[in-house]
Design a protein around this ligand. Structure first.
Ligand SMILES: Cc1cc2nc3c(=O)[nH]c(=O)nc-3n(C[C@H](O)[C@H](O)[C@H](O)COP(=O)(O)O)c2cc1C
Length: 173
């Protein structure tokens, strides 16, 4: 079982092409229910999740930069935003944890996601989805049923990134 779970983690891929089938609200809520269990500094849970189904709003988000285009053909977008006053030092990390949890929960349900960059377009995204200034959109996700099966992206070898006790000392032979 543990090997299966590890393989599940490794088998997630960013999905940028989606089938048009709608994602039932029940599944969206199931995924966001799991996201709530992500770790956050002092358990502050500074996040909010904006589920975007309105095609006009989705299109505006898809146009904030060229790499956000996958949102256009996804049935659902999710903006993950964190309150900078509630978690001033860690809001980005907290939101990233929740985002990862969303991606893995979606994967478990046979859905695909891709994380879309937000941090260069904060005020534009705040304007599009009506976020107050103290909520920074740390991530947007396109969510839907996959219409592609991408090969795994190349990963760095362990020996390039793992050290023992101090940076630079060999751990992996
Ligand atoms: C912070 C962050 C920003 C990203 N921004 C984008 C983006 O704007 N557009 C996009 O298509 N993919 C984006 N990605 C997805 C990465 O390109 C992808 O995770 C990476 O290439 C590894 O591929 P994999 O997720 O299939 O393993 C982003 C990922 C992260 C973590």
């Amino acid at each position: 079982m543990s090997e299966e779970l590890l393989n599940f983690l490794i088998s997630r891929r960013s999905i940028r092409k989606f089938r048009p089938d709608p994602v039932p609200d029940e599944l969206i809520l199931k995924i966001l229910d799991v996201a709530r269990y992500a770790p956050s500094a002092r358990n502050s849970q500074p996040w909010v999740f904006i589920v975007v189904k309105d095609p006009e709003i989705k299109k505006k988000l898809a146009n904030v930069h060229v790499w956000a285009k996958p949102l256009e053909n996804a049935p659902v977008g999710i903006v993950v935003a964190c309150n900078t006053e509630v978690s001033p030092e860690s809001y980005q990390v907290d939101c990233a944890n929740a985002t990862m949890q969303i991606m893995l929960a979606a994967h478990a349900l046979g859905l695909g996601t891709v994380w879309l960059q937000t941090l260069r377009n904060i005020s534009e995204i705040q304007g599009i989805v009506g976020l107050p200034k103290n909520y920074v959109p740390v991530a947007m996700l396109a969510l839907g049923y996959p219409d592609e099966r991408p090969s795994p992206k190349k990963r760095k070898e362990l020996k390039e990134i793992v050290y023992l006790n101090r940076y630079g000392s060999v751990f992996v032979g």
